[in-house]
Design a protein around this ligand. Structure first.
Ligand code: URA
Length: 406
């Protein structure tokens, strides 16, 4: 008899499923003991079980699980759990279950393609300034996973999709779901499974005019494989009207978990240097060249790996959009990755640091060292000397703005 009930927040609550699966599969709870249900009202996610053993599953398994969760099969969450459980227990998945999953995957992909074709067709006849409302009655797919696709197709203008038992709505700022006869609930886009087909090739990032919308779009980005390994996209953070922008390399281990740039050890040193240079971090915009953490796993740690040309190129449209929208007067390039990416050529820091460079958009650029470089210096005297030079570089950059950084 099943004796564990997991209540998921909504019909495509992949984040809730993943959290519960981590706990349950980690303590080897058999699939037959678990009942998966969808909350009728917004539900709090279960707390992770600290006693559960940690485990890893391959990317292919998680991708199949994510696709499964998008099918409309009533037992989709149970099937996805079974897949992970069998993997953790090193047991072969039964042939009948494997066949059902393979068929569901094929169906989800076919339905995703069909739904997107319909959306594109409908939008091609649609007056872009008019309200956009559609209806789906029969689908063997939970369409929530394509909400982001629809939002991108509409370049973040509002839309509404009606279904027999609920409505899904993008207001221009947030996603809402309204189960029939109930109050609207916010739908966290990061709770949805990654879509069965990539979305970003359909997106014209240059048409997005709000930083928040670019950040949301970046969170759905599946262009490069780093997106599948990192915990999340770490987008830039700060004032949309900032006159000063700092660009680092990529989020580190702590940033990857926190979802915020420069909050780990390098970020703390950066904060201290900003303070000494008289710059309020809240007045600036801080971002990275690459928006995902690239790492190599050892049994105990995730070791940072330098972002390569492919990752830099994949993330370039996001950084370009941040610069286009914020239009900072001064861009400070922290380290060689940011400097090479923004200047479009190879850069030797020692040769180019500490001087103002006119960027192609007319803003002032300044190359300096990356704060991690300072942390790595083994000699205390060298560290103090280099730190002072770093603070001086920040002062030089701030000096381009006049006495107040706003
Ligand atoms: N290093 C970076 O380049 N960026 C971060 O956000 C953290 C460390």
């Amino acid at each position: 008899m099943p004796n564990i009930t997991v209540t998921l927040a909504h019909a495509a609550d992949f984040a809730g499923w993943r959290l519960a699966t981590r706990s349950l599969a980690g303590r080897h709870a058999p699939p037959a003991d678990i009942t998966w249900r969808i909350a009728t009202e917004s539900a709090a996610l279960p707390a992770p079980d600290p006693a559960a053993a940690r485990f890893t599953v391959s990317r292919a398994v998680m991708e199949l699980a994510a696709t499964m969760v998008q099918s409309a099969l009533p037992d989709r969450f149970a099937l996805a759990y079974m897949l992970v459980y069998d993997h953790v227990m090193d047991m072969p998945t039964g042939q009948d279950v494997a066949d059902r999953m393979a068929a569901a995957k094929e169906d989800v992909i076919a339905q995703t393609r069909h739904l997107r074709d319909e959306i594109r067709e409908a939008l091609s006849h649609h007056d872009a300034t008019a309200p956009c409302q559609g209806r789906v009655d029969t689908l063997s797919l939970v369409p929530e996973s394509n909400a982001r696709f629809l939002t991108l197709q509409r370049s973040f203008a509002p839309w509404q999709l009606d279904m027999p038992d609920r409505t899904l709505r993008w207001t221009g700022h947030e996603m809402l779901r309204e189960p029939l006869g109930q109050a609207p609930q916010t739908l966290d886009p990061t709770s949805l499974p990654p879509p069965a087909m990539p979305m970003v090739p359909d997106l014209d990032i240059d048409r997005i005019t709000s930083l928040r919308a670019v950040a949301l779009a970046a969170k759905t980005c599946l262009i490069c494989p780093m997106a599948a390994h990192a915990t999340q996209t770490v987008f830039g953070e700060g004032r949309e009207t900032a006159r000063m922008m700092f660009v680092g390399e990529q989020p580190g281990d702590i940033e990857d978990r926190a979802g915020r740039p420069f909050v780990g050890p390098a970020g703390q040193l950066f904060d201290r240097a900003l303070q000494e240079a008289g710059i309020g971090r809240d007045d600036t915009y801080v971002t990275n060249t690459v928006k995902h953490f690239k790492f190599r796993r050892t049994p105990t740690r995730r070791i940072h790996e330098k972002a390569g040309p492919a990752e830099i190129a994949a993330c370039a449209p996001w950084l370009a959009a941040e610069r286009r929208i914020i239009r900072p007067a001064v861009v400070v390039m922290l380290g060689v990755t940011a400097a090479s990416a923004l200047l479009g050529r190879s850069v030797t820091i020692s040769r180019e640091r500490s001087r103002i460079i006119t960027m192609e958009d007319g803003s002032d650029g300044l190359v300096t060292v990356h704060p991690s470089y300072l942390l790595r210096l083994p000699d205390e005297a060298a560290r103090a000397r280099e730190y002072d030079r770093f603070v001086n570089d920040l002062r030089l950059a701030a000096g381009r703005l006049g006495p107040v950084v706003t």
